[in-house]
Design a protein around this ligand. Structure first.
Ligand SMILES: Cc1cc2nc3c(=O)[nH]c(=O)nc-3n(C[C@H](O)[C@H](O)[C@H](O)COP(=O)(O)OP(=O)(O)OC[C@H]3O[C@@H](n4cnc5c(N)ncnc54)[C@H](O)[C@@H]3O)c2cc1C
Length: 400
């Protein structure tokens, strides 16, 4: 993908240079030079953000050339941050292991998801991907290579830190035993409220090992269902399940829809308001709002499992991820209407105690970011001035 666009195809920013580093040292050289000259720098993983998060008119550091798997043990794996989760899973799998949390789509980079959170259907049990990191190597905005781990300030500044304080170059990630097969279920519901209440029951009882939910709006009407799996028994190979979106990606790539605008919307809502919000949302959405391949995704996580302070969650025991994954036709005016609708929906979610999961296409102002980070805002500001004193890192989200 061209470094001036991302998966969202809503924002275009032409970089003055794209660097494909061969080592951490080269990343440090680039950042040091950029900082000395006041040139913005943004790391790019796989460019799957929806709203210009990885774009800049300065220097793009394309981390796809830093994608090695260095070491795999029973309980951990050491990888370069440009490695895709598909490569991490493949290397872990050779030893019968897996990362505890995988995103639905594996073509995302480790650095890209650790910068936002990384949520999946096992997050109710293991937290986000940011909760499964044992150590990081980071090039901070002053061009210095540093290492950090749990308890370190830099670790807190970088995980879920939207690239503001450093570029992650290497990560040590926790691994767990992988099931060879899973028993997968699709459970249909009449209402999204009934489905969401069952999700809460399932994660509380620990009945399944993976829990998600979807709403699809097709010609034959609305379908609400949960997708779950159990690790005991079953005949669906675990790897096949994890690669479940590959076929859809191939189809959408062939049809061109993969390259259309994707005004996606992602927020986390407290369980106490999520069900009513979801119900009203689903009543309102039309098939045109989602497009043929689109859906609403929803599933709960236990907030206490999510420990990285910059990954924001509603202040309640259970939070629901709610995502509107739109696949509209290639129509700029329609995309602009969707982005405006996203903003409106964000305000509604926020009134109900929701926070953005900042990967989507929701226009945000500097005061919105202040509100987003809440009690962590003073820390982020302090960390930014300490680790990126020239203020050159990752301008895309527009935080500073
Ligand atoms: C089809 C699809 C499915 C998805 N499924 C999920 C899902 O199941 N769960 C989920 O949580 N998310 C999901 N996402 C969202 C995705 O996790 C985020 O958009 C993620 O940031 C994209 O990773 P990337 O490698 O493409 O990063 P980019 O889009 O390239 O970058 C994202 C942000 O991180 C910064 N960044 C990138 N690399 C680094 C680095 N090494 N160090 C510091 N900062 C860095 C960038 O500058 C940018 O600000 C999905 C997105 C798509 C398009």
């Amino acid at each position: 993908m061209d470094a001036s666009v991302d998966f969202g195809h809503l924002v275009r920013r032409r970089p003055s240079a794209v660097v494909r580093p061969r080592s951490t040292g080269e990343v440090a050289d680039v950042v040091r030079n950029a900082a000395a000259n006041g040139v913005p720098v943004a790391a790019r993983g796989r460019g799957h953000s929806a709203y210009g998060q990885a774009l800049t008119d300065g220097v793009v550091v394309d981390t796809s050339t830093l994608a090695a798997v260095h070491d795999v043990g029973d309980d951990r794996i050491v990888v370069d941050a440009g490695a895709g989760w598909d490569a991490v899973l493949a290397a872990a799998w050779e030893r019968g292991r897996t990362p505890p949390v995988l995103t639905d789509y594996l073509g995302l980079s480790v650095g890209g998801t650790l910068s936002v959170g990384g949520i999946g259907g096992t997050s109710f049990r293991h937290g986000l991907q940011t909760d499964t990191v044992l150590a990081l190597e980071v090039v901070t905005g002053d061009g210095v290579v540093r290492t950090c781990g749990p308890g370190d300030e830099l670790f807190a500044a970088v995980l879920g830190g939207l690239g503001q304080c450093g570029i992650i170059t290497r990560a040590t990630l926790r691994l767990v035993r992988a099931p060879t097969h899973v028993r997968r279920f699709e459970l249909d519901y009449d209402t999204v409220a009934a489905a969401a209440l069952d999700q809460v029951r399932f994660i509380s009882e620990g009945r399944f090992d993976f829990v998600q939910g979807q709403v699809r709006l097709g010609e034959s009407g609305r379908r609400v269902f949960l997708e779950t799996y159990s690790e005991g028994g079953g005949d669906l190979p675990f790897l096949e399940f994890q690669h479940r979106l590959d076929a859809a990606e191939a189809l959408l790539t062939e049809s061109g829809a993969w390259f259309h605008p994707h005004p996606w919307w992602n927020c986390l809502l407290p369980a106490s308001t999520a069900v009513d919000f979801l119900t009203a949302l689903v009543e309102r959405l039309t098939p045109e709002d989602l497009g043929e391949a689109g859906c609403v995704l929803f599933y709960p996580v236990f907030s206490a499992q999510v420990r990285a302070p910059l990954v924001r969650l509603p202040a309640e025991r259970i939070a629901f991820l709610v995502a509107i994954l739109r696949f509209p036709p290639d129509d700029a005016a329609l995309a602009a209407r969707h982005v405006a609708a996203n903003r409106h929906l964000y305000e509604e979610a926020r009134e109900r105690g929701g926070v953005a999961y900042p990967i989507g296409a929701i226009p945000f102002t500097a005061p919105d970011w202040h509100h987003h980070f809440g009690d962590q805002w003073p820390s982020l500001r302090e960390w930014k001035s300490r680790y990126d004193p020239a203020g050159v890192l990752t301008p895309g989200p527009g935080i500073f």
